[in-house]
Design a protein around this ligand. Structure first.
Ligand code: BTN
Length: 258
C-alpha cells in the first residue's frame, strides 16, 4: 500500500497492517499512546470490523479497510461533518475509476457511497478527546449478501480496481477534501458538493429513527449536516441520526442544486 505523493507532501503517514481487530480501534490505541497523525492505518483484513449503529462490518481480505487518525481537526462540535468530507473523498476516488461516474456513483445520507443505487462503501467516525478517527471500508472484491440496504462491490459492478490503487486515490482525495472543509469553515462548500453528488434529493425517502420510521420527501441537508425531511402533512423533520432505509436512487441534480 502506498500514499499518493500529495498526501505524503501534506505530512500524512501510513501504517500497513495484516490482520487487526479493527483499524479504528488500532488508530484510537496509537492515539492513546501519543500519536497525533495525520496517520492512515490500513489492514488486509479485520476480525471485528465495526459499522455504524453497533453493526459488524464483515472484513475478509480483498476489500479496503482504512482509518485516518486526526488530532483536533475542527472545533469539537463540528467533527461529525467529517462524515461528509470522507464520503466525498470516497466518491472522488471511486469516480476516478468508474465511467461514466456521474451517472453511477452517488452519496446517501449521511456517509454511504453507492454505485447504481447499491452501497459499496461505509464510513465510521469515532473520537476520543481531541482524537478523531475516520474509518472507511470500501467493497472492492466482495460484499455481504444479507444487508437491509442493498450492497455490492466494485468488481461485481464491472469496475476493475485494486485495493492499492483505490487507497492511493483515496489518500489524495482526503487531503483535498479536508483542505476544502478547512476545519469546518468550508462546510458550506463541502455541503454543496455533497448535495450535488447525492442520490434522491427532492424525492421520496424513508428513514429509520430510534423512535420509529418516518416517510417524507428528502428536502436537503442543512448547514449542520442534518437531514431535512418534509413529512406528508407539510411539517419538517430534522434528522440528526438515523438510517435511510429506502429512497429514490435517482440523481436529481436540478433539485440538489436549488
Ligand atoms: C457503515 O456501517 O457503513 C460503516 C462501516 C465502516 C467500516 C470501516 S472498515 C475500516 C474501519 N474499521 C472499522 O472497524 N470500521 C471502519
Amino acid at each position: 500500500m502506498k500514499l499518493d505523493p500529495t498526501a505524503s507532501a501534506a505530512g500524512v503517514r501510513l501504517i500497513e497492517c495484516d490482520t487487526v481487530g479493527s483499524t479504528n480501534t488500532e488508530a484510537l490505541a496509537v492515539a492513546r499512546a501519543g500519536e497525533r497523525g495525520p496517520l492512515w492505518i490500513t489492514a488486509r483484513s479485520q476480525t471485528s470490523g465495526r459499522g455504524r449503529r453497533g453493526r459488524a462490518w464483515v472484513s475478509e481480505p480483498g476489500n479496503l479497510y482504512a482509518s485516518l487518525l486526526l488530532t483536533d481537526p475542527s472545533p469539537p462540535d463540528r467533527a461529525a461533518e467529517l462524515s461528509f468530507v470522507a464520503a466525498l473523498a470516497v466518491h472522488d476516488a471511486g469516480a476516478s475509476l468508474v465511467v461514466p461516474a456521474a451517472a453511477r456513483v452517488a452519496l446517501k445520507w449521511p456517509n454511504d457511497v453507492l454505485i447504481d443505487g447499491k452501497k459499496f462503501s461505509g464510513i465510521l467516525i469515532e473520537g476520543e478527546g481531541p482524537t478523531v478517527v475516520v474509518g472507511i471500508g470500501i467493497n472492492c472484491a466482495h460484499h455481504p449478501k444479507d444487508t437491509a440496504f442493498p450492497a455490492t462491490d466494485l468488481a461485481a459492478e464491472g469496475v476493475d480496481v485494486t485495493v492499492e490503487g483505490l487507497f492511493m486515490e483515496l489518500s489524495a482525495a482526503m487531503v483535498r477534501r479536508i483542505a476544502q472543509w478547512n476545519r469546518s469553515a468550508g462546510f458550506e462548500a463541502t455541503r454543496a458538493d455533497w448535495l450535488r453528488h447525492a442520490a434522491g434529493v427532492g424525492g421520496p425517502m424513508r428513514v429509520a429513527l430510534a423512535q420509529g420510521e418516518r416517510s417524507g420527501r428528502f428536502e436537503t441537508v442543512d448547514a449542520r449536516g442534518r437531514l431535512i425531511l418534509r413529512l406528508p402533512d407539510g411539517a419538517i423533520e430534522t434528522v440528526t441520526a438515523g438510517d435511510v432505509s429506502a429512497f429514490s436512487a435517482e440523481r436529481r441534480v436540478a433539485a440538489a442544486e436549488r
